[in-house]
Ligand binder design. Structure first.
Ligand SMILES: Nc1ncnc2c1ncn2[C@@H]1O[C@H](COP(=O)(O)OP(=O)(O)OP(=O)(O)O)[C@@H](O)[C@H]1O
Ligand SMILES: [Mg+2]
Length: 254
């Protein structure tokens, strides 16, 4: 049965999608069977994974509406298997008002979890019903974060939210850790923020993952070109950092 990992942060642009893509690719290259789920109507992950986003291709929204079986939404793109998203997913907030709407994604993924070792869910930059579904479906949450004051402040808020919603939607949900998804080793700010992050993580009693992902435009380039990052730039420092991060998570019991 797959271990399900959600990458979440209500703050935009902190590296949720990049990290979902990168960790999925790293786990695949280690020989695991991996599925990615794009649960963000922006469909950035679907694009970067080279998914078919045309109208004829079913998306996660179609599975949620029970218009198609979940397994028929899985695309084998050559990078990692993915269930893509599209804009109608943003309507979930208004369309589903019944009790139990927090568990729609969990119930969908239960149908395919037997076929994978890991399922990674990318979530949108908000704390609405989509992210709550991603928490309800997961075994573990990972929190990418940038090395600046506002990101760290947002991370503290996210931790409060997870602690508040967990008992009702997923008491077993584990916070696997916070990690810095774009680090500038030579910048003083990054190093000051690292010290602050360490202090914050200690205070919240949440792991701060030791691997910091260095800044590299190669990650953005691979996204535009829709490439597997390890095949595209195996020696790039940021790609190596993601491989190290995957190792750190696996050693920690992922
Ligand atoms: N380590 C890095 N070095 C350089 N650029 C990066 C790095 N990580 C992410 N980026 C770039 O930063 C931008 C934001 O990253 P990403 O889309 O992964 O964030 P996000 O949290 O998913 O955003 P959103 O909240 O909009 O979903 C992207 O253009 C991505 O290519
Ligand atoms: Mg994103």
């Amino acid at each position: 049965m797959a271990k399900i990992i959600t990458l979440a942060n209500q703050k935009g642009g902190v590296g949720k999608t990049t990290s979902t893509n990168a960790l999925a690719v790293c786990l695949k290259h280690k020989g695991y069977k991996v599925l990615c789920v794009d649960f963000d109507p922006q469909s950035n992950l679907s694009f970067s994974m080279n998914a078919d986003l045309s109208d004829k291709a079913p998306k996660i929204y179609d599975a949620i509406k029970r218009a198609v079986k979940v397994r028929h939404t899985i695309q084998r793109t050559g990078i990692v298997d993915i269930i893509p998203a599209d804009l109608p997913l943003s309507g979930l907030e208004l369309e589903f008002t019944s009790r139990g709407r927090e568990f729609i994604l969990r119930d969908c993924l239960a149908q395919v979890a037997g076929q994978y070792d890991y399922i990674l869910i990318d979530s949108p930059p908000a704390l609405g019903i989509l992210t709550i579904n991603a928490f309800a479906a997961a075994d573990i949450v990972l929190i990418p974060c940038l090395p600046d004051a506002f990101s760290l402040q947002g991370t503290r808020r996210l931790h409060e939210t997870i602690t508040r919603v967990k008992p009702a939607i997923n008491p077993g949900l584990l916070i696997g850790g916070i990690f810095i998804a774009r680090f500038y080793p030579r910048e003083d700010l990054s190093n000051v923020a690292w010290a602050t992050a360490e202090e914050m993580a200690r205070g919240l009693n949440v792991p701060l993952l030791r691997t910091r992902i260095r800044h590299s435009s190669v990650l953005s380039r691979a996204q535009i070109l829709q490439k597997d990052i390890i095949q595209y730039a195996p020696k790039n420092p940021a790609v190596k950092d993601y491989i190290t991060l995957a190792d750190e998570l696996l050693k920690g019991g992922l």
